[in-house]
Design a protein around this ligand. Structure first.
Ligand code: ARG
Length: 565
């Protein structure tokens, strides 16, 4: 249905009829109820161009807005704003169309594209830690969202599985016994022990260096050890994905090493385009206005992270056919991606209209504002953190209700993991985010628990009603209307979140929706005896739709709902 698009087109028609030229107009949500439902604030700029009085132009436009359909009222306000009120009957009828529609009237994008989402992408030499949490959660949400809106999504887990440290790791794995499953159960420790050996024993260090060379040369024994190592390491990641409800499988893995054979060709292609400069023996691309060169080949002939990323872009654009590539990687790599995108375009690896975006995010901090660490200063392992989430969730929910052991386990998992994900997604991704158990597991405020609670409350109303909900939506009171309009805005919000790759639009929306529902619920009795059946059906329908919208919204974030809480 795309509400805003419809209003924009009504407004554009009115502008044209008033003889004012404009290419496109964009209404925004009104910031206060007295400003209507939507507001247009573009008149001032148009008036400036035409050297005319903005209020005068606004009045002419308003005179041409039909008020017998979707819009009931249009008014000039302030220096030349146009405030718009939707017709309440129109809202009733439109919300009615959401009933029984699994997509809640959410249309797909006008022109679907092929989107590659590069996310999680951990390094295999180490255990996944909290730093990878954000990429996995944000990336997965975006991939779900793009797919729901009709894009063809290709998930890419660009794991770091290549580099000199693997010589040391496989040499150590060999010492530990070929299979190595036992010693690899804690990768962090394994890495530390291997490094310890490397620093203490010159013979081991030599062997490590020899194994790097052999590995790169395709030596069967070394490759076998390496395969084994990567397999175990990836297994750890998969444990975390499954606990987190992140939709990444082995099929989505396209490791750094898979591009090895193309790296020499990448450097040649850059050379052919005349983009390379030899600097201290290294092959570099110098970019305008950037004093740091983009290094693609070291003086010893070795390739770099950047070279692999160029090969990956070329593969994604030319082989996969990507129109848009979203890299969900922390903000510290902003410089790398700026350079990468520029070089990829100059080299023709990406097309001029390929949308390349670094979906950057801030750091995870503890309550005192320091980078998130264990008590003794080590890195917090993701799997431990998620187990802790479930324990905290148990405390939070049992303070309210008694559950059987089995039920408690199941509910705590959904609540705890949901809380970790929601807390991450609910702030602007570029902000650093403060990890605080009490805040994220509160029944009050912008939390997943608040939404899960609202959902459970709705289900309990429906259980108590027992009958069939099938009546019409006829909005009469303000709380009903406000809730209904919010329900209609789900679609616009999702498209905006996808266009800007900003998941917190979804959480903000859901929080506002649940808050409006709570207000509605307090002021609008549903099951009480003195409520007439027409009113009851209307309110039940609104409740059902609210529940479905919360469920769908949380679902896109990979967070579950509960029938009882
Ligand atoms: N493995 C990298 C890291 O942990 C992230 C890779 C992101 N993706 C990419 N195409 N560069 O820092």
């Amino acid at each position: 249905m795309k509400l805003k698009q419809q209003i924009n087109s009504i407004l554009l028609d009115a502008l044209q009829q008033a003889g004012i030229e404009a290419q496109a107009v964009q209404v925004s949500d009104a910031s206060k109820p007295e400003f209507g439902d939507y507001q247009y604030n573009g008149i001032m700029a148009l008036a400036k161009q035409q050297k005319r009085n903005p209020r005068e132009i606004a009045a002419e436009v308003v005179a041409h807005i039909p008020t017998d359909g979707m819009i009931a009222r249009a008014e000039v306000a302030g220096p030349g704003f146009i405030n718009l009120w939707l017709d309440t009957n129109w809202v009733s009828q439109s919300v009615q169309m959401l009933v029984g529609d699994a997509r809640l009237s959410v249309d797909t994008v006008d022109t679907p594209s092929k989107v590659v989402v590069d996310y999680s992408s951990p390094n295999m030499a180490k255990q996944m830690h909290v730093g990878h949490l954000r990429s996995s959660i944000i990336g997965d949400t975006l991939a779900n969202l793009f797919a729901f809106l009709g894009d063809e999504v290709i998930r890419q887990n660009h794991i770091g599985d290549w580099g000199t440290q693997f010589g040391m790791l496989i040499a150590y794995l060999e010492e530990m016994g070929e299979d190595g499953s036992g010693s690899l159960s804690d990768l962090e420790q394994f890495y530390k022990d291997a490094k310890g050996r490397f620093d203490a024993d010159a013979a081991f260090a030599d062997k490590s260096r020899e194994y790097v060379v052999k590995l790169q040369g395709g030596d069967v024994h070394c490759l076998h050890l390496w395969d084994n190592f990567i397999d175990k390491s990836l297994g750890h990641c998969e444990e975390v994905y499954s606990k987190l409800g992140v939709n990444l499988t082995r099929e989505d893995v396209r490791a750094e090493s898979s591009y090895n054979d193309e790296l020499a060709g990448i450097v040649t292609a850059l050379d052919d385009k005349g983009l390379l400069t030899l600097s201290d023996g290294a092959q570099c691309v110098f970019l305008e206005g950037d004093e740091n060169p983009f290094l693609v080949q070291k003086s010893d002939g070795g390739y770099l992270y950047a070279t692999t990323d160029l090969a990956a872009i070329r593969y994604r654009v030319q082989t996969l056919g990507a129109d848009r590539i979203s890299y969900v990687v922390d903000a510290r790599q902003a410089g790398h991606f700026r350079q990468l995108f520029s070089v990829a375009r100059q080299a023709g690896f990406a097309k001029p209209d390929t949308r390349l975006e670094h979906v950057s995010f801030g750091m995870m901090l503890d309550k005192s504002g320091r980078p998130f660490k264990t008590r003794d200063g080590g890195t917090v392992k993701l799997i431990d953190l998620l187990e802790e989430a479930v324990i905290h969730a148990k405390e939070a929910i049992t303070s309210r209700e008694a559950y059987s052991d089995e039920e408690l386990e199941r509910i705590a998992e959904i609540v705890g993991i949901g809380a970790v994900k929601y807390a991450d997604l609910s702030i602007h991704r570029d902000s650093n985010y403060i990890f605080d158990w009490d805040k994220m597991l509160s029944f009050e405020g912008n939390t997943s628990l608040y939404l899960q609670y609202a959902y459970a409350r709705i289900q309990s109303i429906l259980r108590r009603y027992e009958g069939e909900v099938s009546g019409a939506i006829i909005l009469t009171t303000d709380p009903e209307r406000a809730l209904a309009l919010k329900l209609l805005q789900f679609e616009d919000m999702l498209h905006r979140a996808a266009a800007e790759s900003l998941p917190h639009y979804i959480t903000t929306y859901l929080y506002e929706l649940a808050t409006l529902f709570m207000k509605f619920y307090e002021t609008s009795p549903i099951l009480k005896d003195d409520v007439d059946e027409v009113t009851r059906q209307n309110r039940l329908q609104l409740s059902v739709l609210t529940g479905e919208t919360i469920q769908r919204g949380l679902g896109l974030l990979g967070i579950g709902v509960l029938e009882r809480l």
